[in-house]
Design a protein around this ligand. Sequence first.
Ligand code: ADP
Ligand code: MG
Ligand code: MG
Length: 890
Amino acid sequence: MSSQYVYFFGAGHTEGDGKMKELLGGKGAGLAEMARIGVPVPPGFTITTEVCRLYLRGQSYPDGLREQVAAAIERLEAATAKTFGGGEQPLLVSVRSGAKFSMPGMMDTILNLGLNDTTVQALAAASGNERFAWDSYRRFVQMYGDVVLSVPGARFEELIEARKHDRGVKEDTDLSADDLRELTGAFKDVVREHTGDEFPADPQDQLWGAIQAVFRSWDTPRAKAYRKVNGIPDDLGTAVNVCSMVFGNMGDDSATGVCFTRDPSTGEREFYGEFLVNAQGEDVVAGIRDPLPIARMCEVMPEAYGELLDAQAKLESHFRDAQDLEFTVERGHLYMLQTRTAKRTGRAAVRMAVEMVDEGMISIDEAVLRVAPAQLDQLLHPTIDPAAEVRVLTTALPASPGAVSGKVVFNPDVAAEQGLHEEVILVRRETSPEDFHGMVVAQGILTARGGMTSHAAVVARGMGKCCVAGAGDIEMDEARGRFTVGGVTVHEGEWITLDGSTGRVILGQVPTVEAELSDNFRRLMEWADQFRTLKVRTNADTPHDSQVARKFGAEGIGLCRTEHMFFEGDRIDAVREMILAGNPTGRAVAEAKLLPMQREDFEGIFRAMDGLPVTIRLLDPPLHEFLPHGDSEIKHLARKTGIPAAVLRTRVDAHHEANPMLGHRGCRLGITYPDITWMQAQAIFEAAVNVAREGVTVCPEIMVPLVSTRAELTQQRHIIDQVAEEVFDHAGLSVSYMVGTMIELPRAALTADEIARDAQFFSFGTNDLTQTTFGLSRDDAGRFLPQYVEQGIIPDDPFQTLDVGGVGKLVEMASRLGRGVRADLKLGICGEHGGDPRSIEFFHATGLNYVSCSPYRVPIARLAAAHAALNDPRLKEPKMVEKPEMAAAS
Ligand code: ADP
Ligand code: MG
Ligand code: MG
């Protein structure tokens, strides 16, 4: 346990460095590192995350902290030649949170701390700028009131708006020193009214109040929500950064801005960002005024711009990754206030990784690890059909790519609710951290104000969510549930479409087309493929899906659900006839209709997968899923089959099951209706023989579902082998095939050694295996599972991320038992988890041969499998390279 709780940075005294993110948080480590390598930062100090953990545990500070903070303040006074809480040159500081992982906007910063009715006079005198002094003071009271004293921020905003209205001005900058002085007084009144106490005048009280507020903010619901969505542990704690103030609001030779060393949206190597003249801190992000593109800075303040260009180049090459920077220019002098690994869209991540390899900045394995598998999602998804006729309402900033449609919702609470069961677009003037829960569930976000670095834009990009920002033409009228743009009024609940790649806001729902895959993407995927050992297959039921998946790099089909073919066109009639025939002869008639249809489907799939294995699962779901529902469907079927409607109705009722998930389904169907297995096997083998004749290489793997005992499989396998022999004899041609089973019931996993004697492969059906292991129906879990996750009873939704401790244990055991009997037993997984990066890591470690997932997730799985291999601790020479967050101070 360390007893150093405070680390100083700047003015030749830097104690920390960029590697100390655990202890100093990302922001503190970044400030220390910048100070160390000679980038200009205002001096300050960081109180460690350890203090936060201690404080939150016991609601008190460790011994020695107060002394260390006092010493650091003294050092700061010496470094800046200013005095905290008095003197001719008052020292003002910012108090900033900063955890190990960046949590944008989650915990609030307080600027200009140290001001009171006395020091404000000194500040005015020292700066010769009374307006600036009062502007700083009113901002401080406002921020402190809001963040530390929990006064609703809107109270202050109202006062500012009213004042601007009285003065007939539009911008905050148009308010005079007198206006600001009076506003400060009014703000303090609001504070007194709200808290019953005077606004704290003593800078020491202000400082400790702010420090405490930062620590407490670690546990606010919105910080917790952010951590949950981003998988950040709850026990890290935050550091507090106390940083001497530099002022971007000192006049027209001062400014504040946010920039990126590369374009975070496209990845292009181009210095990118925004700035505001005569403004402070959050003004750029909050969208209070519209910022200017960074390149314009060379006109307004060329010297500072030159320094900024140098600093950004230095920081990027030092950290060997794109940086997201905050800076302030005070009277022509540049100060950097933050550097961190830039968040980026999937497209940008891929482009940056590949280009940095070409530039010689990083290695190929680093490049592969730089792109998070889930980020690829955005690249693979469809974009707006260029041929579609669209009614563009307005074009604003393309803040985060994607093309999504949804119903307009203005209120984030409503969005959070409604978004659970339908598509919504959250439309806001601007967003703030309080809106996060609504942003999470919305398909996309549209804001009327703010730039590319506004809260909405940053958060949306982080979540890979489509966002169009700063649509200034939009006139919001939330009170009446509508907005107006270009003469069109759009009401709450109406459909709009956002194009996050072009910034278009489109009326109504618009068709989309498949994404174009870039060369950069292809190169990155080729590199990833060199490292992975897991194969990646796809779950596909149609020739079209198979083709899409193959384009994305699928190496076979891991799950072809035959029943999905049953719903196409009027096939369902034949299926219903088969189920309701009531006797083998009647069933045979219906099966004869289905056989050629199934055969044709298989032929299409085999052709699409030429040379690759195709796992076909025999009929699986409970039969009632196919049955006619209302009277009219029964009558229609009666007409088609000649079976009287009343008879049909009785038979439909007879298929009712109390608990279909555990009922008459899977191989239990094939055992009671062997002719169905027979028909399906016949369709598969005939299709295989037919396409083999065309020169296609077919590798069918026939999979028996829901087996719980070996005898079930033995019996089904016997039918399959018999059909194969007949079909091959008849055709005078044979193809090699395999028979295997799903492992999706605990009993199957427990007796995998027996089952493996009849199975040439296992495919873990982790959806059902999760249901049956937990004794939990997925369709009903929605009522309580979210609360389980919220309360930490289980870490994740086990239907999304494999429950390694339970379900995973069964997978591991069945694999071991199975391979003990049959060393070359092929092992795969075909549940939802096959496309989940964290689960893939487990499947890699367990030694499966392949994962199978939906076509759009195939590249994600390929990359995740490469990450798993690169990070595999069992490798003698671990390939593990520093993650981007850790690339500091190399
Ligand atoms: P966040 O994590 O939300 O970005 P920050 O602590 O980085 O919060 O600060 C919020 C804003 O205040 C940023 O624009 C930052 O540049 C500015 N800021 C923070 N500290 C200072 C300071 N000492 N002087 C001037 N501006 C500051
Ligand atoms: Mg910041
Ligand atoms: Mg199943």
